[in-house]
Design a protein around this ligand. Structure first.
Ligand SMILES: CC(C)(COP(=O)(O)OP(=O)(O)OC[C@H]1O[C@@H](n2cnc3c(N)ncnc32)[C@H](O)[C@@H]1OP(=O)(O)O)[C@@H](O)C(=O)NCCC(=O)NCCS
Length: 211
């Protein structure tokens, strides 16, 4: 079994550790976290060091693959740290065994798919995308790098979602739309037209609320 290290020891990191372990996909050896002390235990799993320690620890064989657990409130760090670390260590993938992934789908490095998701034909999840529980991405849609898709989101076919997009819990996006980078939607939003400006969109139909 491959050894996994997770960047970030907070709630998201602990969820990812749980799914990786309980679904028997990885042996989780520890976390890297700039805000937690080395040796601190999170649900019995140690913090191995700070992010600057990743490169040397990989060289020393401490782990085989990385996953990133920096959430949707910190997109700039989520993107920057992924892009820095992919130069020094390989990112893995965690696709829960209860998810359906069509054989024609393309999944980038570092993609995480929680239980119960459906990823239909010719979907492309770019690097470092996270799909939370029960997300449905219909045929031919693309989810841009680093985007964070909350539980129960439904994206229809031929949709193009930009990079660093956060779709809030239960959001629906109708087909053939484009959402630009750094769009956020609130819980239950229904997106019925292209979202051409970054910022927060709320309601049914989703309307721009604020930056
Ligand atoms: C939109 C959201 C992010 C809140 O953003 P915020 O910047 O803190 O906004 P506020 O709570 O101050 O609310 C701002 C306004 O939007 C309204 N609002 C908040 N969430 C809304 C929603 N989902 N739909 C419609 N209106 C909403 C508030 O009532 C408030 O209205 P007002 O301006 O008339 O008073 C949050 O409500 C939300 O929907 N989060 C989704 C969380 C999620 O998906 N979590 C899953 C993680 S795994």
């Amino acid at each position: 079994m491959k050894k996994l290290a997770i960047i970030g020891s907070g709630d998201l990191g602990q969820q990812i550790a749980w799914h990786a372990t309980s679904d028997k996909q990885y042996q989780v050896v520890g976390f890297y976290d700039d805000f937690a002390g080395k040796g601190h235990l999170c649900n019995g799993i140690p913090v191995l060091g700070k992010i600057e320690d990743v490169e040397s620890d990989f060289g020393n064989g401490e782990f085989d693959e990385l996953l990133l657990a920096i959430g949707y409130k910190h997109f700039n760090e989520r993107m920057r740290i992924f892009n820095e670390l992919k130069k020094v260590a390989p990112f893995g993938r965690l696709i829960h065994s209860s998810a359906y992934v069509d054989p024609s789908a393309i999944l980038g490095q570092g993609v995480i798919v929680y239980p119960g998701c459906v990823i239909d034909m010719k979907v492309h999840l770019q690097d470092n995308v996270l799909l939370n529980a029960g997300v449905v991405i219909a045929h031919d849609s693309v989810i841009g790098a680093h985007s964070f898709i909350s539980p129960g989101v439904k994206v229809a076919g031929f949709v193009s979602v930009g990079n660093c997009v956060s779709l809030g819990i239960g959001t629906c996006v109708i087909d053939n739309l484009h959402l630009v980078d750094f769009v956020r939607t609130g819980a239950g939003a229904v997106v019925t037209e292209n979202l051409t400006e970054p910022g927060l969109y709320l309601g049914i139909p989703a309307r721009y609320k604020k930056a």
